[in-house]
Design a protein around this ligand. Structure first.
Ligand code: MN
Length: 179
């Protein structure tokens, strides 16, 4: 019994001083700067000294509609880490998409992000519409499917694309010329 109590007391004393945790991997912010001098590299962009962070580092206005005078009738204004340096390391960004009447945002993917539509509004200036999208990356990137398939450089073999899309090879060559 005595040795049990001794062992118990020894363990209790030993464990009472045991305290361990990982340092938090999170940070409040890491404002991106282009000049790496006196900065810390974390992920993607160099971080500004947090003491020098300003409110403007977290602000960008997309009030002005983008120019929709193009073949797809839409314009995407990306609001990523290049526009809001405070987004660096936060894993989020946004985009404003303006639409002309019958305009569309063509099928595309974002290789570094998932995307969700946050807001869609019609009748902006009577004829246009706009959408706001949220993305799960500070720099989502974009690959427009039609550009990648028909506008790649070097081009994909038109015979291959004709078979894949069940099209006449002349149609494929016509599409490739457009892109
Ligand atoms: Mn998108």
């Amino acid at each position: 019994m005595k040795s049990f109590v001794q062992a118990f007391v020894l363990l209790a004393l030993a464990s009472s001083f045991a305290s361990a945790f990982d340092p938090s991997p999170l940070q409040d912010f890491c404002v991106a700067i282009d000049e790496p001098k006196n900065a810390v590299f974390v992920n993607g962009k160099f971080c500004k000294d947090p003491k020098l962070a300003k409110a403007e580092d977290f602000y960008f206005s997309v009030k002005m509609p983008g120019d929709t005078n193009n073949p797809v009738g839409s314009n995407v204004s990306a609001v990523n880490v290049d526009k809001i340096p405070g987004l660096n390391t936060l894993g989020i960004s946004a985009a404003r998409i303006d639409f002309a009447p019958y305009g569309q945002n063509p099928p595309h993917i974002h290789p570094r992000a998932t995307e969700g539509l946050v807001h869609f509004q019609f009748n902006i200036g009577k004829t246009n519409a706009l959408a706001f999208a949220g993305l799960s990356s500070q720099n989502p990137g974009v690959i427009t499917i039609a550009d990648a398939v028909f506008g790649s450089n070097p081009p994909i073999n038109p015979d291959f694309l004709a078979k894949a899309f069940m099209l006449d090879v002349k149609v494929v060559k016509d599409l490739q010329a457009k892109f």
